[in-house]
Design a protein around this ligand. Structure first.
Ligand SMILES: [Zn+2]
Length: 224
């Protein structure tokens, strides 16, 4: 994996999924499609909501939240006024929900967000909020199927628990064999070099506390 691929700055590592607009690395794509076929046999339509995401796209999300042109939420999902917060406070508020550009697992072509459109009641839109995937939520049967089956296709949930950093994301699947390689290549110095070269809002504050940010928001536990 070349550093530019790891950072979402190149797309050379990707192949198309059978869904328009979605891409992964070839091995992860094959594993996902095998899992999709097994899910279909169990009555689920396992679909990607988001797969590869470029640095540029993550940058637009980051800068929009930092500069107040996109909604920014606190850890309890209440709206925050970004411009009323100090730069370090904004950085931490964003990191709870969104990755720093260059560090998103969605850059790797190994990770994707999933749902089942057939479980969504008519007129309801996908929110990507935990309750949808938890007991009583529309996608809970799919969550249960994935819990029993994802590991045999190589997938796990890197954001299964809130460890004081990133919010839980029960929809975010990672293809472990290739994601583990990517995680091993992503270092604070590579991220620092990238930040220095790119127009990331708040980067002076991010660079000052990058080791702490790395430990709290970027390093995830490898357990399932
Ligand atoms: Zn995700």
């Amino acid at each position: 994996m070349k550093p530019l691929c790891l950072l979402g700055l190149s797309e050379a590592h990707l192949v198309a999924l059978n869904e328009p607009g979605h891409r992964l690395q070839a091995e992860a794509r094959d594993a996902f499609m095998a899992m999709q076929a097994a899910a279909a046999e169990a009555g689920f339509q396992l679909m990607p909501a988001s797969s590869f995401r470029s640095f540029e796209r993550q940058l637009a999300i980051w800068n929009g939240k930092f500069e107040g042109s996109r909604p920014l939420l606190d850890a309890d999902s209440r709206p925050l006024d970004a411009l009323a917060l100090s730069a370090p406070e904004r950085v931490h508020a964003i990191l709870h929900w969104s990755a720093l550009p260059g560090t998103s697992r969605h850059h790797w072509g190994t990770d994707l967000d999933i749902y089942d459109p057939t479980l969504l009641p008519p007129g309801k839109k996908l929110q990507l909020e935990p309750w949808e995937y938890e007991p009583g939520g529309y996608f809970y049967p799919l969550s249960q199927w994935l819990a029993a089956n994802r590991a045999r296709f190589g997938f796990y949930l890197p954001y299964q628990r809130d460890l004081g950093g990133v919010a839980i994301e029960p929809w975010h699947l990672s293809y472990r064999p290739q994601a583990a390689d990517c995680a091993g290549l992503l270092t604070p110095s590579l991220v620092a070099d990238t930040l220095r070269r790119q127009p990331v809002a708040g980067k002076a504050h991010i660079l000052k506390q990058l080791d702490e940010i790395f430990a709290r928001y970027i390093t995830t536990t490898p357990e399932d």
